[in-house]
Design a protein around this ligand. Structure first.
Ligand SMILES: Cc1ncc(COP(=O)(O)O)c(C=O)c1O
Length: 401
């Protein structure tokens, strides 16, 4: 099928949740490059929105998934699963948690975290169920994850939202302090708001939050769905803040393109999930967990977090240099290879995304007119240089208009 036929098939048969997509169909990828049906190539600075952490066709991931597919793709959680146990061990050894539960997506991982936090207090006979989240956050599209998401625009058409969620301004410890009440069981927060426009949490805010949660006897849930798996230059973003969350949620990069989500919790909290409390048909199946093992081992063995930190600094420096040159760039933010460039209202971020696409680069625009860069962690300095020089040329044309 050609691209036009695929687009008309989509328009006829697929629900229109994504609106007018960029009119391209990718056929295959190699390293950080995607190739479309017509053979055009694109350097990918989006990576399936922070998913394809090892790029495309990474031999370790392809071999692991192929070998597992040949043996056993799915097996019920009524039975023990080797790769599930091994991936759980690997995650625990490399985080501050003790036990893991696997889901299939970020929203599902957050749903599980919400249930776990409520069940933890239920078991103690305490009427604590409310979760405080941040305004401008994003925790997923299922109903409870949506209720946790502090952006009314996503919630409005689906009211009533499940009860027990309250969002307060981000980076404002006093706002959380004031919001904590008798029924509060947890605070759930992103350390860099991704969909919200690459907004970083302050170090002191997060240190203070950890302390506050301890003092109030409530749980700290860190949503690492987008920031996890080396994306910010450390394996998990919480490691930048010298904190020990009670619960961490993961998805996106964990399977390197194979759907998987995870909840990691410290022992005492994890034990609230007992037989029958939670479950999933697909969660933690052999295929997804084999992918997760290959991704995590590759990140660790190839030192990808350090490389990400180094390249991220370089990339950020080049973006900051563009900011110094063009007055319409309001801000450059982020850590590692999770970077954002906020533009003022005189420039349309969407337009820049389309122009970059025409030049063979994939980026996107999120939050308040913020260009987002979340490439595979194997992106090269040359590829970064090429993108920056193309952005420079796009921006210089705008300046002349
Ligand atoms: C921080 C965060 N949490 C949760 C989600 C939801 O993940 P999923 O789309 O896999 O359900 C996202 C997705 O963008 C996210 O960025």
């Amino acid at each position: 099928m050609n691209t036009r036929d695929i687009i008309s098939l989509d328009k006829k048969y697929y629900m229109n949740t994504f609106g007018n997509r960029i009119p391209v169909v990718f056929e295959y990828g190699h390293r950080s490059t995607l190739y479309d049906k017509e053979g055009n190539s694109y350097t990918d600075f989006l990576a399936g929105i922070a998913v394809n952490i090892l790029g495309y066709g990474h031999p370790a991931l392809v071999e692991a998934v192929t070998a597992q597919a040949k043996k056993l793709m799915h097996c019920s959680n009524l039975f023990y699963i080797e790769s599930q146990a091994q991936l759980a061990q690997l995650l625990v050894r490399n985080s501050c948690g003790d036990k893991v539960f696997f889901a299939n997506s970020g929203a599902e991982a957050n749903e599980a975290a919400i249930k776990l936090a409520r069940k933890y207090f239920w078991d103690m006979g305490m009427n604590k169920y409310e979760i405080i989240t941040a305004e401008n956050s994003f925790h997923g599209r299922t109903l409870a994850a949506l209720a946790a998401t502090g952006q009314e625009k996503y919630q409005k058409p689906f009211i009533p939202m499940p009860e027990g969620f309250r969002s307060v301004p981000f980076n404002d410890l006093e706002a959380i302090n004031k919001a904590i009440g008798y029924t509060t069981c947890a605070v759930m927060i992103e350390l860099i708001q991704g969909e919200g426009g690459i907004i970083e949490a302050d170090y002191q805010y997060i240190k203070g939050l950890e302390q506050l949660c301890k003092e109030k006897g409530i749980l700290l849930i860190i949503d690492e769905v987008q920031t996890g798996m080396g994306r910010t230059g450390k394996l998990f973003a919480y490691q930048h803040f010298d904190i020990q969350p009670d619960i961490i949620t993961l998805a996106k990069g964990l399977g390197g393109g194979v759907p998987i989500g995870a909840v990691i919790a410290r022992d005492e909290v994890a034990s609230a999930f007992d037989p029958g409390s939670h479950g999933s048909t697909f969660g933690g199946n052999p295929l997804a967990c084999s992918a997760g093992i290959a991704v995590l081992n590759t990140i660790l063995e190839d030192g990808l977090t350090d490389k990400c930190a180094e390249l991220g600094n370089y990339f950020k420096g080049r973006l900051v240099a563009l900011k110094e040159k063009y007055g319409f760039i309001k801000d450059v933010r982020g850590k590692g290879l999770m970077l954002g460039m906020e533009l003022d209202e005189s420039v349309s971020g969407k337009d820049i995304v389309n122009q970059a696409f025409k030049k063979g680069f994939i980026i996107n625009c999120t939050g308040c007119n913020t260009l987002r860069f979340v490439p595979p962690l194997i992106i090269s300095q040359d590829e970064i240089d090429n993108l920056v020089s193309q952005l420079d040329s796009i921006f210089s044309n705008i300046s002349e208009d």
